[in-house]
Design a protein around this ligand. Structure first.
Ligand code: ZN
Ligand code: ZN
Ligand code: ZN
Length: 108
């Protein structure tokens, strides 16, 4: 039995009970066979909301531990050519924060 368990450990299948997540959303497990400690974090995220009307950062908050996570979600308009020259770079503009992003046109 112990030999089999250690074999499972070598392929990452440790045995043991996960502790209940505490206020920081972490669960810990100590392997019953090899003593290795595993950790996993499982947050209870709320929805992403924009932090300001004219900005594109969104934030969400874990309802359990209060950790926040941010991302940027631009509302890009259509790609346009910056001028009428053949092979000119294209750009698009964010409808919310007015940021622009360009491509470098390639000859392919
Ligand atoms: Zn193990
Ligand atoms: Zn959390
Ligand atoms: Zn934006």
């Amino acid at each position: 039995m112990n030999v089999l368990r250690k074999l499972l450990c070598t392929i990452g299948l440790h045995t043991g009970q996960w502790s209940l997540p505490g206020v920081r959303c972490e669960s810990v497990r100590v392997c019953a066979a090899c003593g290795k400690t595993d950790e996993k974090v499982h947050h209870t995220w709320g929805d992403f909301t924009y932090v300001a009307a004219d900005r594109c950062e969104q934030a969400r908050r874990c309802q359990r531990c209060g950790t926040t996570d941010t991302r940027t979600e631009h509302d890009w308009g259509p790609w346009r050519y910056s001028n009428w020259e053949y092979n000119s770079p294209q750009f698009h503009r964010c409808r919310r924060c007015k940021a622009t992003e360009k491509t470098i046109a390639t000859m392919r």
